[in-house]
Design a protein around this ligand. Structure first.
Ligand code: ADP
Ligand code: MG
Length: 476
């Protein structure tokens, strides 16, 4: 637009200059012709004589009109120049002048060619001039036409460009880009199997190829991760089972002793009955004793088997109070051997039920309690507690409230360096054959899987306190 405006302006100016030059030349030509004769014409016929002379010599072309004007007449005189003298520069000294005037809304260019007329007084000639007028409209019309043509061409070109850019933009960029966006969405949604075929032959098809390659790699990696995860889960499950069996072995040693007492009672009573020296009442009493001892043995064996059995993990509503009671019962013999006493304290009578895998949580509690017992070979106390944590508690991501199982002992405790490592697999401070170093790492894994956390507080000589926080509801 700027360039068109500038060129139009220059064009109009040129037209104007051509017109001005043409007027000047016409005025000078006429002036030169009549300069000699005006004095005589004026002297013989006065003003009319000059007018006549101008008329005869001027070649009226229709475009220009010629007139004789005086500078020394009054303002209202019809023979005064149409333009004021001040606008005509050095006209009175003999210079030709051009000026643009507006008459009834029509722009005219007027050129004045001054001629001195020697009247009565030769020393004071009258000042007059030939006035050549011509309309500028035709000249300006021409340039306005050129401007209009230029503007129209420009508008047409702009529209064409917009249309072309829009069309080619949609065809060359919009469509392939849309397909690429769709493809990335598909990949985001986990569909790696549909490759994108873009045959545009430019960067877009390169991008599509790269995208296909990427989704192929992601699919491979995902496959590998899935395989690895399955393998890892299987290994973890095996480790858990192995750890459990190890504990069972230790428990069995203690329990063999435990079973020994009821077995003595059973065989003693059986001997009494066999002797036939018992009264019917004594007979019934001995049979009842045998029955109760036998069922005690049976329950111990059943617990042991239940713990050792390899069961797949599955959650259900579990009463944690009962779970703690059963576990401490199971460990009683082992604890008694070390002179350790296990006591349970519960904050209130409300049920402590949580959606957990029973055998896994039992394994967690067992591992921690066994550690506590093993840490106190010279006797001590293990205390287990259950506390409800409110929903508003810092650590309650599931909104259903949490239950905290606390297990503390008054054993030797641990220093910070040991504490930093206890959850690492195979970390143990125990002799070979005594500890596997797996108990706490397995406990950690199980609690994590339940969406809970496990923490420890301890210092040398001050005992050890473990806290297991479990959400009451599984997070799904
Ligand atoms: P392991 O019992 O086979 O050594 P764990 O993972 O169960 O493996 O425990 C790791 C280590 O943590 C133990 O070797 C012990 O040093 C330390 N530890 C665990 N519980 C206690 C505790 N109650 N008191 C002192 N040390 C403990
Ligand atoms: Mg252990």
């Amino acid at each position: 637009i700027l360039i068109t405006a500038l060129s139009s302006y220059l064009m109009a100016r040129r037209e104007f200059q051509i017109e001005q030059k043409f007027q000047r030349e016409s005025a000078e030509k006429l002036g030169d012709i009549i300069r000699e004769s005006v004095d005589l014409a004026y002297r013989t016929e006065g003003h009319q004589g000059i007018v006549k002379a101008v008329k005869t010599h001027a070649t009226e072309t229709g475009r220009l009109s010629y007139r004789w004007v005086w500078f020394d007449v009054s303002v209202n005189d019809p023979n005064r120049p149409a333009a004021p003298v001040e606008t005509l520069g050095n006209i009175l000294e003999g210079d030709t002048a051009s000026v643009v005037t507006a008459h009834n809304g029509v722009n005219e260019l007027k050129t004045y060619y001054p001629i001195d007329v020697a009247g009565d007084d030769a020393d004071h000639p009258r000042k007059g001039a030939i006035e050549v007028s011509g309309s500028l409209e035709s000249a300006w019309q021409g340039s306005w036409q050129a401007v209009k043509t230029g503007l129209f061409a420009m508008a047409a070109m702009t529209l064409f460009c917009i249309a072309f850019v829009a069309w080619s933009g949609i065809r060359l960029i919009g469509r392939p880009l849309g397909r690429l966006v769709d493809q990335t969405r598909r990949i985001g949604d986990g569909d790696y199997s549909t490759p994108l075929e873009l045959k545009t032959g430019d960067e877009f098809s390169e991008l599509a190829a790269a995208l296909n390659q990427m989704s192929g790699k992601i699919a491979d990696q995902q496959h590998r991760i899935e395989n690895e995860t399955t393998a890892r889960m299987a290994t973890m499950e095996q480790l858990r089972h192995a750890d459990r069996l190890k504990t069972v072995g230790r428990l069995a040693a203690g329990i063999a002793h435990e079973i020994g007492t009821p077995l003595n009672v059973v065989s003693g009573r059986a001997g009494l009955i066999r002797s036939g020296r018992l009264s019917p009442e004594e007979l019934a009493e001995s049979a009842a004793a045998i029955q109760s001892e036998a069922s005690r043995i049976e329950s111990i064996v059943r617990q042991l088997l239940g713990f050792a059995r390899h069961t797949p993990p599955h959650r259900k509503q579990v009463d944690l109070r009962g779970l703690l009671e059963r576990t401490s019962q199971l460990l009683k013999t082992m604890a008694a051997k070390n002179g350790v006493e296990i006591s349970l304290t519960f904050a209130d009578d409300t049920p402590f039920t949580a959606s957990v895998d029973e055998s896994q949580i039992q394994q967690v509690v067992t591992n921690i309690m066994v550690n506590a017992i093993q840490a106190m070979p010279g006797g001590g106390e293990v205390t287990a507690t259950l506390i409800h944590l409110a929903k508003t508690d810092n650590f309650s991501p599931h909104g259903s409230g949490m239950i905290c199982i606390g297990i503390r002992d008054n054993g030797p405790g641990m220093d910070q360096e040991t504490m930093d490592q206890i959850f690492e697999p195979f970390f143990t401070t125990k002799d070979v054959g005594q500890g596997t170093g797996l108990g706490l790492s397995i406990a950690y894994g199980i609690v994590e899987e339940h969406g809970g956390r496990i923490t420890v507080e301890s210092s040398p000589g001050k005992g050890t306190a473990f806290e297991i926080v479990l959400p009451r509801e599984s997070s799904g």
